[in-house]
Design a binder for this molecule. Structure first.
Ligand code: REL
Ligand code: ZN
Length: 402
């Protein structure tokens, strides 16, 4: 029988072995030039840190964003790392990244820290970061209505197996009238030819939407009709649709990306979708803490529903712990515990290190309870179970014939 210390070590070893599939990020490969974000200025000007910095300063968001990227980064460093301790989750994340990259933090001197990043060789850097974070591949968020992004796709089909695509179609719903003109189509029935074209270019693993808290399905509006068209297309292609629910966009527009917030979503819409389209596969994450329990229960009712991630403001240790515990208790291993949402390459390091630390603790406690109840846990069970969480649930769901 495994002792408590043994159990801890075995879980740790299994986690170190498993190559993670990061199913939702905002990363791009180096071939996407300016869209490939890495390095100190991008790290320090992450919108999570900008929101935190501006709270302490008398500067307005407009004046802050008018500064050069480097000056913004310097101001974030001064405000969050020199004038106070970097204690929030995103500020601590920077510390974790530096430690894992072997950057000396003793002097807290940003100009010295910058030297490390100036020496980066792009070719090998992605591999180095993937290795440190133990990532197999990441899934990007690909917006076919973003002309800058599409230019890269058209010039250079991504052959980089480390970066897989997902087709993000928010704007089809939020900007429909504008897009109709842009795509030169009369109504939604003509969307298909564009979908075919985007599939040919990107080969996405899933289609995705993010929705505001007030989203309802069905709502007898054009939104439901367009969605139904996409749902039927996804069924033919046999790929999942991901719904990211509860992002309240631009509550403070001056803050740009940092100005988005959260609201409780309507779980009946998810029930309606899962029940009305039993031949479709839905991946769902919800941003509001208040939605987590009903989402778990809903997943018990529908096998075409795969819940995933502790999204955005939920990606903090206390909430990951609470949510992961509840998911294991209600769903066993049939969920995807986390995605990184990384926008800047090196963020993979801290987002995964911090999440894995908590998930490890939860799994340890749950295995211990199981052993105390009389189950004889074998070493190989641990790797099997954890690889289900961090890899197989996603890959099998993508391939699954419902
Ligand atoms: O995919 C999304 O919609 C969100 O994750 C993003 O909008 C958000 O800005 C992201 O950086 C959060 O982590
Ligand atoms: Zn995201």
């Amino acid at each position: 029988m495994l002792s408590e210390r043994d159990l801890e070590i075995k879980i740790e070893n299994a986690l170190n072995k498993i190559k993670i599939i990061d199913i939702h990020t905002h990363l791009f490969p180096p071939s996407f030039k300016d869209l490939f974000l890495y390095g100190i200025d991008s790290l320090l000007t992450y919108h999570y840190l900008i929101a935190e910095t501006i709270r302490y300063l008398s500067i307005s968001p407009e004046d802050f964003y008018a500064l050069s990227l480097k000056t913004q980064a310097n101001l974030v460093w001064k405000t969050l790392f020199l004038e106070r301790s970097p204690i929030s989750e995103s500020a601590r994340g920077i510390v974790t990244i530096f430690k894992e990259l072997g950057i000396d933090l003793g002097e807290r001197d940003l100009s010295k820290i910058r030297i490390y990043f100036e020496k980066i060789d792009n070719g090998e850097y992605v591999d180095l970061i993937f290795e440190k974070a133990n990532i197999d591949y990441v899934v990007m968020t690909n917006d076919p209505f973003d002309e800058r992004e599409m230019d890269y796709w058209r010039k250079n089909m991504v052959k980089d197996k480390r970066f897989r695509a997902s087709l993000r179609l928010d704007r089809l719903i939020t900007d429909w009238e504008k897009l109709k003109k842009h795509l030169k189509i009369k109504d939604y029935t003509e969307i298909r030819k564009h979908l075919d074209e985007w599939f040919a270019i990107m080969n996405p693993l899933y289609i995705a939407f993010s929705f505001p808290p007030k989203f309802k399905y069905p709502d007898h509006s054009f939104r439901s009709t367009i969605l139904e068209e996409i749902i039927s297309y996804a069924e033919e292609r046999k790929i999942p649709i991901a719904f990211m629910m509860g992002a309240k966009r631009a509550v403070n527009p001056a803050l740009k990306l940092a100005g988005d917030s959260v609201g409780r979503s309507n779980i009946e819409s998810i029930e309606n979708l899962c029940r009305s389209f039993p031949n479709n596969k839905f991946m769902v994450t919800m941003l509001s803490r208040e939605n987590q329990y009903e989402l778990c229960v809903t997943a018990r009712k529908f096998k075409n529903l795969m819940i995933f991630g502790c999204w955005w403001f939920l990606n903090t240790p206390s909430l990951i712990e609470e949510i992961t515990k509840m998911r294991i208790e209600l769903l066993g291993f049939s969920f995807i515990p986390q995605h990184s949402d990384a926008r800047v390459l090196e963020q993979l390091i801290y987002k995964w290190k911090n999440s894995k630390e908590i998930i490890k603790k939860v799994v340890y406690e749950k295995y211990l309870d199981l052993i105390k109840s009389g189950w004889i846990l074998k070493e190989e069970d641990i790797e099997r179970d954890l690889s289900q969480l961090f890899r197989r649930n996603f890959e099998e769901f993508v391939l699954k014939k419902i």
